[in-house]
Design a protein around this ligand. Structure first.
Ligand SMILES: *[C@@H]1O[C@H](CO)[C@@H](O)[C@H](O)[C@H]1NC(C)=O
Ligand SMILES: *[C@@H]1O[C@H](CO)[C@@H](O)[C@H](O)[C@H]1NC(C)=O
Ligand SMILES: *[C@@H]1O[C@H](CO)[C@@H](O)[C@H](O)[C@H]1NC(C)=O
Ligand SMILES: *[C@@H]1O[C@H](CO)[C@@H](O)[C@H](O)[C@H]1NC(C)=O
Ligand SMILES: *[C@@H]1O[C@H](CO)[C@@H](O)[C@H](O)[C@H]1NC(C)=O
Ligand SMILES: *[C@@H]1O[C@H](CO)[C@@H](O)[C@H](O)[C@H]1NC(C)=O
Ligand SMILES: *[C@@H]1O[C@H](CO)[C@@H](O)[C@H](O)[C@H]1NC(C)=O
Length: 664
């Protein structure tokens, strides 16, 4: 009996996909013959899982044999059509990355392509090259400004490049209604996609809709594209996907394709279910057996009692604070227990460093297989905490490849924990000033400066609200596994912004990076970040701290020293001597001058982050100025430092501590 069922089951499985010359249908992928590489795999229940829980990886799946898209009679491209159902499930409610692309490619070997924002399709040398012959429809969940993305939830037509030929926010036009309805690609629900090419009109249409809603008549996106030059004589169809810093599972549930015709509709009832999501097939409910109920009634009270005792013991160990208003931020809240376990009980062994705001521990979240850095901040002021936490909840959604992702927080009595993605190469500070670390070459340094600039620009101007970092410095710039720069610790300064005494204005920042303007007005603005970024640029180029104790006794900041060097001869003499001869003269001068310009006495001459970016990209040339233009501002800096002089201990920690206050 069982065997008969088993044979039937095998037969049914084989019927799931039918293969003809110009067509295939996969209602689920159990037993499917696809060419997989990277971290792609087929799950036991028949999902095509393009990416698993590994971060910064890519996965590909191609139909094994190629198709011939050219119509031999007229040299044009035959019509084709494909339909697939996908689902994106990330380990976090609001973080994910990077997306899925349906791909038509001349090769199945995309091993040279990069993960992250490159979606496993291209790398930084071949992106945009006409000889790629690559077509893709991207379902992109991250906003990458470098590719001109429109937002962090869009569908785009990519021809040889990640800079989309045309794109649209993900969504659809419901039939019979005249509006566009957004779809969140990362909603954890299954979404249907149709890609249709009409060979006669050369029109490519992409249509989306949630599973269960039939194909809308009006496509979400459509463009006239002549594919006859793009496609080579034989092309492979498949999918590509990549993860960034947050492990995200990208799934395909079913897929059909047809050349010279329209793709067969998938049988929704046969599709495998996404994990942790509602099953779309019929569900069976089982009755509770009677004996189980009786047994539970008998031993139940004892179990409850034991659990009660156990919980009482645990509660004191892992107790945390939670107030009503925090319910809204539930998804960003980690339990203390989880963090305690992740960091081995905040053991010294896991200590990564000690900064002005607290101690940072390394941890491993087993549940998500994710390395994290947990910052333990002690706080006593109730005031401002609510505001701060609501800000964390929104900062948790801030995603940019030059910003360290903030994953969430936890709170106990007098303690706050911030959970960040772990950056394996630590802080830039060490690379600049620790003689044991290898010297970063000029190309890397320039890349780091540009990366931080791009992260800041995003915070200041491109995100939904203006975020002021307030504590930009080399030790807050972390390096990921590829030595890309990422800004960390943003927003933290805000916690210290609410002094209990209204007469005291608390100024947060680090000596040498701190804008004298801020001390005067006591109100932080993006201009202060630009000022600090200037100091940062000088630090990276000169390999010297912006403010050193020795220098203070001589009354000299890095800013002044660079100015003096310029007056005495050339700015190039201020360059970090460890770089030797390996630098680009023009770029060094650009960075130094830009670093000085932030301190210009006339505030209107100080550039905004947007302008800084344009200067760095050499789209606009820097205004001319001479060292003696800068003098007046520098006196302001000195005055500020004298006013700080009385607080001895803050100075002795100038290189590590970041918070100090002045009263006025
Ligand atoms: C998968 O398809 C390829 C190409 O059509 C074929 O060479 C190979 O034998 C197939 N593998 C299996 C296990 O059917
Ligand atoms: C993801 O898949 C790859 C290849 O199959 C495997 O080496 C890796 O361990 C997997 N990652 C996780 C987190 O399971
Ligand atoms: C980028 O990909 C192309 C095409 O696969 C390859 O030839 C090239 O070597 C790759 N470049 C890098 C830097 O990996
Ligand atoms: C495009 O790629 C081809 C072959 O890989 C290479 O010869 C050519 O120089 C590249 N073109 C550009 C503009 O990078
Ligand atoms: C749809 O998404 C776009 C772009 O993200 C946004 O501007 C718009 O407000 C959204 N519409 C609705 C109804 O949410
Ligand atoms: C881009 O897509 C929109 C919406 O489908 C369409 O109206 C527009 O013409 C397209 N643009 C190009 C250049 O194809
Ligand atoms: C494409 O389909 C049309 C009509 O169905 C048929 O006449 C034509 O021969 C087909 N072309 C190819 C190359 O199969």
């Amino acid at each position: 009996m069982m065997e008969a069922f088993y044979i039937l089951f095998l037969l049914a499985n084989n019927l799931l996909f039918s293969v003809c010359q110009n067509e295939f249908v996969f209602n689920g992928f159990a037993g499917a013959n696809l060419t997989l590489d990277g971290i792609a795999s087929i799950t036991p229940n028949g999902l095509l899982r393009l990416t698993n829980d590994s971060i910064r990886e890519k996965g590909h799946a191609f139909y094994p044999s190629p198709f011939h898209f050219h119509d031999s009679t007229n040299g044009k491209i035959l019509s084709f059509s494909t339909m697939f159902v996908f689902g994106i499930i990330s380990g976090f409610p609001d973080l994910n990355g990077h997306g899925i692309a349906f791909t038509i490619s001349p090769t199945k070997d995309l091993s040279n392509a990069l993960a992250n924002q490159y979606l496993g399709l291209f790398n930084d040398t071949n992106n945009g090259n006409l000889s790629n012959h690559m077509f893709a429809v991207e379902l992109d969940t991250i906003y990458s400004s470098e590719f001109g993305d429109m937002d962090d939830n869009h569908v785009g037509i990519d021809i040889n490049s990640l800079k989309s030929y045309n794109s649209s926010t993900a969504g659809y036009y419901p039939d019979g209604q005249n509006y566009f309805k957004n779809i969140s690609l990362t909603s954890r629900r299954a979404i249907q996609v149709w890609v249709d090419y009409d060979g006669k009109e050369s029109r490519l249409s992409v249509t989306l809709s949630p599973l269960g809603i039939s194909k809308p008549h009006r496509p979400s996106l459509s463009s006239i594209i002549d594919l006859s030059k793009l496609f080579l004589s034989s092309m492979y169809v498949g999918f590509s996907s990549s993860t960034g810093d947050v492990h995200t599972n990208h799934y395909i549930l079913g897929w059909s394709f047809m050349l010279n015709g329209s793709a067969t509709a998938l049988d929704i009832g046969m599709l495998p279910a996404l994990p942790f999501a509602r099953s779309y097939g019929k569900s069976k409910t089982k009755a509770f057996p009677l004996w189980l109920i009786i047994v539970l009634c008998l031993v139940g009270p004892w179990i409850v009692f034991l659990i009660f005792v156990f919980i009482r013991r645990r509660i004191s160990k892992y107790s945390e604070l939670m107030e009503d208003w925090e319910m809204d931020f539930g998804s960003h809240r980690f339990s203390y227990k989880e963090l305690y376990k992740a960091t081995n009980g905040f053991k010294e062994k896991e200590l990564l460093g000690t900064g002005g705001f607290g101690r940072v521990y390394k941890g491993m979240l087993c549940r998500l297989n994710l390395e994290i850095a947990v910052k333990k901040v002690s706080h006593d002021s109730k005031q401002g905490l609510k505001e701060f936490i609501s800000e964390i909840a929104s900062l948790g959604r801030l995603r940019h490849r030059n910003i360290v992702p903030l994953l969430g927080y936890c709170r106990r009595k007098g303690e706050l924990f911030l959970v960040y993605a772990f950056m394996p190469n630590g802080s830039l500070d060490k690379y600049l000033h620790d003689p044991i670390k290898p010297v970063l070459d000029w190309g890397k340094r320039l890349g780091i400066i540009q990366g931080v600039a791009s992260g800041l620009l995003y915070m200041h101007e491109e995100w939904e609200q203006v975020v002021i970092h307030r504590d930009i410095k080399a030790s807050n710039v972390l390096l990921d596994s590829e030595l890309n720069a990422r800004l960390g610790d943003f927003g933290l300064a805000r916690l210290y912004d609410h002094g209990t005494d209204p007469q005291t204005t608390c100024v947060v920042g680090t000596l040498g990076y701190l804008d004298p303007e801020l001390a005067r007005t006591g109100k932080a603005s993006t201009v202060n970040d630009v000022f600090a970024f200037g100091a940062f640029m000088l630090e990276v180029a000169c390999g010297k701290r912006p403010f050193e104790l020795r220098a203070r006794q001589e009354g000299l900041t890095l800013f002044e020293w660079v100015l003096e060097t310029w007056e005495k001869g050339s700015l190039i003499h201020a360059l970090d001597p460890r770089l030797g001869e390996n630098y680009i003269f023009y770029d060094v001068i650009l960075v130094m001058k830009l670093g000085l310009l932030r301190g210009h006495p006339v505030p209107s001459v100080r550039p905004s982050m947007c302008q800084v970016m344009k200067y760095l990209k050499k789209e606009v040339s820097l205004p001319e100025f001479l060292p003696n233009n800068m003098r007046r501002c520098n006196e302001n800096v000195l005055r500020l430092m004298q006013c700080q002089g009385s607080e001895n201990d803050t100075f002795s920690y100038a290189s590590v501590s970041s918070a100090y206050s002045i009263s006025r």
